[in-house]
Design a binder for this molecule. Sequence first.
Ligand SMILES: [Zn+2]
Length: 80
Amino acid sequence: MTIKDIMKYIESEYYVINDTPCEICGGGYIAESLKIDIVDDVPYDVCDCICSSCGYEKTFEFCAPFIDEDGFNKAKNMLN
Ligand SMILES: [Zn+2]
C-alpha cells in the first residue's frame, strides 16, 4: 500500500466521522488524535473525536489490517 492509498483511506475515515452526528446533541465531531492500535495482531486506526457543540467525546475505530505503522505515520503527517 502506498502513502497515497493510506492518505485516501484516512480521508475516507474523516468523511465517516464528519457524517456522524453527536449522539448527545446532534452536533459535529472534530478529530482530535489519530493513532494505530494493534489488537490481536490486527492494526486498528483509532480516532479520538470530540463534539464541537457540547464537548462529548467519542472514539472511532477502523480496522486497518493493510496499514503498517510507518506508512500510517507518514501519511498522517502529510495530512496535518
Ligand atoms: Zn454534542
